[in-house]
Design a protein around this ligand. Structure first.
Ligand SMILES: [Zn+2]
Length: 183
């Protein structure tokens, strides 16, 4: 079920696609809905060097005009067909790193839905999460490992613990135990 704000976003983005489509360099409109209910639309700028998608153009417009009004939803409409299209992988990644809770309008067999971008990128790369500790469940031996990024102890590497949380003393190879990182 689409919210009324998202329906307005789709209509405004489709209108922008109708007006801006030139069948060549500008064929996709991107639209952004903000928390206050404002809607911004922009066109893609195709070029073989990698011109921005419509959603990224709208993101840049948002930064220039209302950066303090959070983005809540994004839509893209293909001008030649008038259809809502799903965001490409690059757009998913860009908006995910702005805020994983931003919703994209996507097409499903039963119709249009809005989904948080984090659901569109399972196991996504996140530059913001590079420094956070990771837990690793060992496939054999019942051990739980922690990856130390090397910021609080040296050297960096895998630190392993038993399932009970005690350091394991019988590990070899790449999953060698280290100390002093996470107790
Ligand atoms: Zn894109």
């Amino acid at each position: 079920m689409l919210s009324s704000g998202t329906r307005r976003l789709i209509e405004a983005t489709a209108d922008a696609a109708r007006r801006g489509n030139d069948g060549d360099r500008h064929t996709v409109a991107g639209g952004i809905l903000t928390a206050s209910g404002e809607i911004l639309t922009a066109m893609n700028a195709h070029h073989f060097t990698g011109g921005p998608c419509g959603e990224v153009s709208a993101l840049a417009l948002h930064a220039a005009t209302m950066p303090d009004d959070p983005i809540v939803a994004v839509a893209a409409v293909h001008g030649p067909s008038g259809q809502v299209i799903s965001p490409c992988g690059k757009c998913r990644q860009i908006f995910f790193e702005r805020n994983p809770e931003i919703c994209f309008v996507v097409r499903e067999p039963a119709g249009l839905v809005e989904l948080p971008v984090e659901q569109l990128l399972p196991n996504a790369y996140s530059s913001a999460r590079l420094e956070s500790p990771q837990e690793m469940h060992m496939a054999a031996g019942g051990h739980t490992g922690w990856f130390c990024p090397g910021t609080r102890c040296r050297p960096s590497g895998w630190m392993t613990r038993t399932a009970a949380g005690r350091p394991c003393s019988s590990l070899t190879g790449w999953n060698r135990p280290t100390t002093g990182c996470r107790s």
